[in-house]
Design a protein around this ligand. Structure first.
Ligand code: PFF
Length: 443
């Protein structure tokens, strides 16, 4: 239960850092830039911006307002705002999504942490793609080592979360976010000053409207969802003070998140093209192309290490926000101190993460459910089904069920609040339904 002594973020900068820490993650580095490049450059950016404005922003504002109005864990928020109804299932879906995302995201974060050491020691410093491939495969094929890195990430982030919202998440993200930004700018400058860098900029930004079809539009909308951590944002805002202007804060987070994604693209693609590599996507971009690209340039070991440190920072902020959702529920529902709730959760995550991690190597890669490995299944269940589903239900709750005066008051009133209400009653749920149906292969 929420109490008068409930923890809260102490400053507006802390609120921005914590919320941005959730939005900025591996999605900014391995997903966003390559999707922009492959799907129409500036044209994709326009579509993404529209998706962010019609879906991302209204839902983020809704999530944040619900959290602050309910001031509790994701399930109790709905039990408080809509007693004796089934709306709390939105919160349950958020907890399940967070656990599933943590199951595979902490695995990838573990690889990123491992690569800080691999690049610092020069172990992946070769321009030969076969060397990069062999190094990455040896990590994936070695179950115990992959698990070691995943558990290390969980322990590290669990240790931070144990300290609470303000002493843990706020304090750490306030330091990490500016460091991430500075490192990113440093790598951008290196990348932009390489010969032939303009080719990479053209790949990223040249508008190509002929590439934008219905499925690209769906992809942009789905990307906005994952990028802005929608569907679980209400947790962090339960620690916001009353004076935080939520629509303004959400707009700032959206813009800063976009900026980090664009900077990541500027850090990566000019260098990729300058050394004649192909612009890959996902793990191949991060763990195969990037080490080879950095190995090709003077000072490459240093910049590769910086790049993996900044990626590790990005994943840490995202994982903190994901962990907070089940931790707050466990500790509030069962009146457990965080020192007990966090170890219980970590033990559960070790078990849940095990099949995902082992499914990227020989141990479990042939075990498939619905044709997917555990790793892909966790990803599909959370990002393709549960997140859009809870997005639809949240927008209906905010648009129709939440009493108009309460909803407008929670959003701070005025034009932004009315606009969000109108969008949640109309465009937003319809568009997310299309994303869900597309994700399920129905349209
Ligand atoms: N927004 C994060 C990223 O772009 O990597 C991922 C994420 C974090 C999704 C937190 C959902 C979430 F609740």
């Amino acid at each position: 239960m929420a109490s008068a002594t409930r923890d809260h973020f102490s400053s507006r900068l802390g609120v921005l850092a914590a919320t941005l820490g959730s939005a900025v993650g591996l999605g900014n580095i391995w997903k966003f830039p390559s999707l922009v490049g492959q799907n129409g450059g500036a044209s994709f950016l326009v579509v993404y911006l529209l998706a962010s404005l019609c879906i991302g922003l209204p839902l983020m504002i809704s999530d944040l307002s619900l959290g602050r109005a309910g001031r509790s864990n994701v399930i109790s928020i709905f039990q408080k705002l809509a007693p004796r109804t089934g709306w709390w299932l939105i919160g349950l879906s958020a907890i399940i999504s967070c656990l599933l995302i943590l199951g595979f995201y902490s695995d990838v974060a573990g690889w990123v942490f491992a690569y800080i050491f691999k690049s610092a020691t020069g172990a992946v410093s070769s321009t030969d793609p076969a060397v990069a491939q062999a190094s990455f495969s040896s990590l994936l094929n070695d179950g115990p080592v992959s698990l070691f890195w995943q558990w290390l990430v969980l322990l590290l982030t669990g240790g931070i979360i144990m300290r609470g919202a303000s002493a843990g998440i706020e304090k750490v993200t306030r330091i990490l976010m500016p460091v991430l930004f500075l490192l990113l700018v440093g790598v951008c400058i290196r990348s932009l000053t390489l010969p032939g860098a303009s080719e990479g900029l053209r790949f990223l930004f040249m508008p190509q409207w002929e590439r934008v079809d219905a499925s690209v539009i769906m992809m942009a909308m789905g990307l906005a969802f994952f990028k802005m951590s929608l569907g679980m944002g209400c947790m962090l805002s339960s620690y916001f003070k009353e004076d935080v202007n939520i629509p303004l804060m959400a707009t700032r987070v959206m813009i800063c998140d976009l900026l980090v994604s664009l900077l990541a693209g500027i850090a990566i693609f000019p260098a990729v093209f300058s050394f004649g590599f192909q612009p890959a996507e996902g793990p191949a971009l991060l763990f195969l192309t990037i080490p080879a690209v950095f190995a090709s340039m003077p000072g490459g070991t240093f910049f590769a290490t910086l790049f993996f440190i900044l990626s590790a920072i990005a994943s840490t902020g995202a994982i903190l926000s994901l962990l907070e959702v089940p931790v707050a529920w466990l500790s509030e529902r069962f009146s457990l101190p965080r020192t007990k709730a966090v170890p219980i959760l970590l033990a559960g995550l070790v078990l849940l993460g095990l099949p995902a991690t082992l499914s990227t190597g020989p141990a479990l890669q042939d075990v498939k459910l619905f044709g997917l490995t555990f790793f892909d299944l966790y990803d599909a269940l959370s990002s393709t089904i549960l997140m859009p589903l809870s997005g639809i239900v949240t927008s209906l709750f905010v648009g129709y069920f939440w009493k108009k005066e309460h909803m407008l008051a929670a959003l701070g009133g005025g034009m932004p609040a009315r606009l969000v209400r109108t969008l949640c009653r109309t465009v937003t749920p319809v568009l997310i339904t299309l994303v869900l149906l597309h994700g399920l292969g129905i349209i």
